[in-house]
Design a protein around this ligand. Structure first.
Ligand code: C2E
Ligand code: MG
Ligand code: MG
Length: 563
């Protein structure tokens, strides 16, 4: 503690102090502890709920400006300084702004004693932590910058372990867009309050980017129970729900959570945080308002899908490298001869090897790559079909169209383009679309399907019976063909139910003048069984598996006859 010397001229000093106060973003203060008199930079009096820049009854006024939760700590510190038991004032706590918001500050003061050794003045500066990007004033939590320094300390002496729980507000962007940013801040601050209450003294919370807040709980106890992060998430969720009802907020919102456990093993802190982000993302994918614990296997699959998507993008760029079309015969039952073939996409990659369509087609769809690949399929299949028409003029190729192609690209313009360029006849192609709820809903889709009809292009509904099977719709949209899904054929010899369903579907389709194709007929027994139901066409391993074009030409073109 310094001693006040005789030369300290207080008036003179205050003038210097006022000038200095104007040169810095921080607030300077002198607290006369004996007179209970406080002087602070004018800018502080403007910003905070203080009576003015100079006032008596300092202890009482400080209590008013101090956040109620922080007062005890502050009072204890000041009392200690006055009593001569505490010699340091360097504290982080909250002052209330004039608009009623808590603002995190760091107050650092030096103590000057009088000639009897009694503390007389405290002189120092107050810094708003947010200005230094340390604290976020909306939630009152430390920002991410602070997380990294804290986390490195925690995880280094965490042989005991602990967990990270990342909380996100569901559809937060909608909240902001619909009710404005100010209301968004109210939501954030409310969730933060609930987190603070549930976490208590046991852990720390940090404001991450956007609507996410990360909770760090360190201690061996957190590893012993089955999943304490889940428990904590549910406690916070319950409190958020209750607070919304209690405050009568105009909008009901929910939160999701993702967690990861650490147990002192060597792993970078960024990786733990990334893993909680992944877990939270999974929770959102699972429909939100839920919790997911990080799972290594799911993460591996996720990364694999991303890598695979990258390889697919590269393949498209390199002139569709690794893509080929296989062809599977479709047999006309009445004529006992081959009607044509379905073109089926295959992909072989240097890194991933041969990948099944069930795996890579959804990736093409998600990434939008199905649009350029779909064009390539169309052109390649039509060119192949033209070649085979030289031997079989009626040969028809079935081309699968993804819903994404219909919705997000001008598929009709592409078809028109290739038909003109290749002088392709519309009777030699049929487009298969998989039934889906979306297909039936959109007006736009109706228009697209009508455009097919206008061009006399045949349409088939694929995998019928697996989704929103609706014969009225099939009829209205002028589909020509219904392909009954192979899952019905798989059990047809054992399941009376499946047999009857297929029978009904077939009779109904025929009564509406639609052709019927059965997919997935594999055995002699199945063939015998389904022939009784009089399908128009059959496609299945019984006749042939999908094969490359040269093999198709050699083994099947004009060859499947009599059975
Ligand atoms: P899909 O259009 O229903 O094609 C029929 C699928 O059933 C093919 O699988 C075919 O190999 C398989 N299959 C045919 N007969 C049998 C059988 O007797 N038993 C069994 N177990 N399976 C049989 P693949 O080639 O794996 O294709 C799966 C799906 O991927 C296709 O179902 C289709 O939805 C999609 N797909 C394939 N190629 C393309 C394409 O060029 N474009 C688009 N958009 N989707 C495609
Ligand atoms: Mg198909
Ligand atoms: Mg199918």
């Amino acid at each position: 503690m310094q001693r006040v010397t005789d030369t300290l001229n207080f008036d003179h000093f205050q003038r210097v102090f006022t000038l200095l106060g104007r040169c810095t973003e921080d607030y300077l203060f002198i607290f006369d502890l004996q007179q209970d008199y406080y002087t602070i930079s004018e800018s502080a009096a403007e910003r905070f709920a203080l009576p003015s820049s100079q006032f008596y009854n300092a202890s009482m006024e400080l209590q008013k400006v101090c956040h109620p939760d922080d007062w005890d700590m502050l009072k204890q510190n000041i009392d200690g300084i006055i009593a001569g038991t505490v010699f340091e004032h360097n504290v982080e706590y909250r002052w209330m702004s004039r608009t009623g918001h808590p603002v995190w500050i760091n107050c650092c003061g030096q103590i000057l004693a009088d000639d009897k050794g009694q503390a007389q003045y405290m002189i120092g500066r107050i810094t708003e932590l947010e200005r230094k990007s340390i604290v976020d004033n909306v939630t009152g939590f430390y920002r991410e910058t602070r997380l990294w320094s804290d986390l490195s300390k925690i995880s280094k002496n965490a042989e005991d372990g602990g967990f990270l729980l990342l909380i996100g507000i569901d559809n937060f962007r909608n909240v902001n867009d619909k009710f404005g940013k100010a209301y968004g801040d109210v939501v954030l601050s409310n969730v933060a309050d609930c987190i603070r209450k549930c976490v208590g003294e046991d852990g720390m919370a940090y404001r991450m980017s956007g609507d996410e807040m990360l909770i760090v709980m360190a201690g061996a106890a957190f590893l012993e129970q089955p999943d304490p992060a889940r428990k904590l998430y549910h406690r916070i969720r319950k409190m958020v729900d209750e607070s919304i009802l209690e405050h009568g907020y105009q909008h009901f919102y929910t939160i999701s959570g993702g967690s990861v456990y650490f147990n002192g093993q060597e792993q970078k802190d960024e990786i733990y945080v990334k893993e909680t982000e992944f877990a939270l993302h999974q929770a959102k994918l699972k429909g939100k308002n839920t919790y997911v614990k990080y799972n290594e296997e799911e993460y591996r699959l996720f990364v694999k899908r991303l890598d695979m998507q990258e390889r697919l993008r590269q393949a498209v760029k390199e002139d569709f490298k690794g893509f080929t079309l296989y062809y599977q015969p479709i047999v006309n039952i009445e004529k006992q001869k081959i009607l044509g073939a379905e073109a089926l996409l295959r992909w072989e990659d240097e890194v991933f090897g041969r990948v099944s369509p069930g795996e890579f087609i959804p990736l093409l769809e998600e990434s939008g790559l199905i649009i350029p690949v779909g064009r390539w399929i169309m052109k390649t299949a039509m060119q192949q079909c033209l070649k085979w028409q030289e031997k079989d003029p009626d040969f028809r190729v079935n081309i699968n169209l993804s819903f994404i192609q219909l919705k997000k690209s001008n598929v009709i313009r592409d078809i028109d383009g290739y038909m003109t360029e290749l002088r392709f006849n519309s009777r030699n192609v049929l487009f298969e679309v998989t039934e889906s709820g979306e297909l039936e809903e959109g007006e736009m889709m109706k228009k697209i399907l009508q455009a097919f009809r206008k061009r006399k292009l045949s349409l088939g509904i694929d995998d019928f019976g697996t989704g929103y099977s609706n014969f009225r719709y099939v009829k209205e949209m002028m589909f020509h063909l219904v392909k009954i899904d192979q899952s019905f054929i798989r059990n047809i010899t054992q399941s009376q139910y499946d047999y009857l369903v297929v029978k009904q579907f077939t009779e109904l389709a025929h009564s509406l003048n639609l052709k019927v194709c059965y997919e997935g007929v594999e055995t002699d027994e199945e063939l015998k069984c389904v022939l009784k139901l009089k399908p128009d066409y059959i496609q299945g391993f019984y006749f042939a598996r999908p094969v490359p074009s040269d093999e198709f030409e050699k083994n099947y073109l004009c060859k499947i006859q009599g059975f």
